[in-house]
Ligand binder design. Structure first.
Ligand code: NAD
Ligand code: DAU
Length: 342
């Protein structure tokens, strides 16, 4: 089996490649990645000399590059995306390009080359927030930020290839992943690395918002199963039911590191902040999936990894991230200081 993994130098894609090659020693993986700020070859450095693994630097929006990468491929798993909600609020254009147009280029090429399955990695954010029962796969999509709106566009296009051309597509909608190698813009690695450096943890708004914090290898196991047993044309939710309020998550991170809760700093909320996502994963569980990690274990394992691997995240935090952090947080932290002082 030869798989084209796009975005495999990022957080989830790199774990997926690692897990898939461990489970399927005869498989071959082509990793096509543009290496944006979020792509990091360190994540798979130990596979560099593995004959089953081939890295190709390139953009999924580029027909020529995708044509080259897709030769002889049985399955495409598309992780490549712009993924950070806050960045999409500041500058949506790149999200539309990669998360919608990029999916179009991949689908066209995969169909032309008779690739036997196309897995589009989508997100639980496409449903929008809910305080009620978790959403099943047939719930309407009401994305509320430029990231989730572009992911909804990408997955709808993918599903249209099934209904229009009978092309075998599966869409997956996963909850918040956490674990090693996640870029420190996302909340758990941001809070863990800030806490290690005795910097404030910028908690948006009240901190009462909830997320379903799923350990990344649970997501990878779900995808492996879906590739093997999933039904083309279907959509699968992937949620662990690991809901926790952001403020509780922040306290847990600090407790695990032995740091003071005084580092928690309430800052101005994210614009249009979705309060809570929740998906019903019954359909996936019927295929035989069960998450291994609960929220607390997933968060503690993740925090410990960051504490033990400063060589991975310190260079990132002093690179591109610095400018982003300044733009995203300096005003917010200043306002929070003003409020405390008044
Ligand atoms: P990430 O930001 O860590 O990695 C994205 C990767 O895609 C990077 O390696 C980047 O270089 C690459 N990339 C970006 N644009 C590209 C382009 N035009 N061509 C080729 N490569 C490109 O993302 P992640 O958190 O690992 O998420 C992976 C996928 O899973 C995304 O599709 C995301 O929407 C989805 N998802 C993420 C989560 C989560 O909690 N992180 C949850 C549900 C779904
Ligand atoms: O639900 C799946 C989605 O999870 C994925 O599709 C996205 O790619 C991924 O980024 C993630 O989106 P979120 O917006 O939920 O993740 P983020 O880590 O940005 O924020 C998680 C929660 O923490 C959210 O309620 C906002 C809050 N937060 C976030 C940051 C970055 C803070 O309180 N402070 C922060 O500094």
């Amino acid at each position: 089996m030869r798989i084209l993994v796009t975005g495999g130098a990022g957080f989830i894609g790199s774990h997926f490649i690692r897990c898939y090659l461990a489970e399927h020693p005869d498989a071959e993986v082509v990793n096509l990645d543009k290496l944006t700020y979020a792509g990091n070859l360190e994540n798979l450095r130990d596979f560099e000399d593995d004959a089953r693994y081939h890295f190709m630097k390139g953009d999924i929006c580029d027909y020529g590059v995708v044509e080259e990468a897709i030769h002889g491929v049985d399955v495409v798993v598309n992780f490549a995306a712009e993924t950070h909600v806050d960045r999409s609020i500041g500058d949506p254009e790149g999200f539309l390009k990669t998360d919608v147009f990029g999916v179009h280029v991949l689908l066209e090429s995969a169909r032309a080359h008779d690739v036997r399955l196309f897995v589009q990695i989508s997100t639980d954010e496409v449903y929008g927030p809910t305080m009620d029962d978790p959403f099943a796969e047939d719930a309407p999509l009401t994305p509320r930020n430029p990231y989730s709106a572009s992911k909804a566009g990408g997955e709808m296009l993918a599903r249209s290839y099934f209904t229009t051309y009978g092309y075998p597509v599966i869409v997956t909608r996963a909850a918040n992943n956490i674990g090693p190698n996640q870029y420190p813009e996302k909340v758990v690695p941001l809070f863990a690395t800030n806490a290690i450096e005795d910097k404030p943890l910028p908690l948006y708004g009240s901190g009462d918002q909830e997320r379903d914090y799923m350990y990344v290898t649970d997501h990878c196991a779900a995808l492996d199963l879906i590739i093997e047993k999933g039904v083309p044309g279907e959509t699968y939710n992937i949620g662990a039911g690991n809901h926790m309020k952001n403020v509780e998550m922040a306290k847990l991170v600090l407790r695990e590191l032995g740091k003071s809760v005084d580092l928690i700093t309430h800052v101005r909320d994210r614009e249009g902040h979705d309060f809570r996502y929740a998906v019903d994963s019954t359909k996936l569980m019927e295929l035989g999936w069960e998450p291994e990690y609960d929220a607390e274990t997933a968060i503690r394992r993740t925090v410990r990894w960051y504490a033990e691997h400063p060589e991975w995240w310190k260079p990132l935090k002093s690179g591109e991230f610095r400018e982003y952090y300044e733009k995203q947080y300096s005003k917010r932290l200043e306002e929070a200081g003003d409020q405390q002082g008044s």
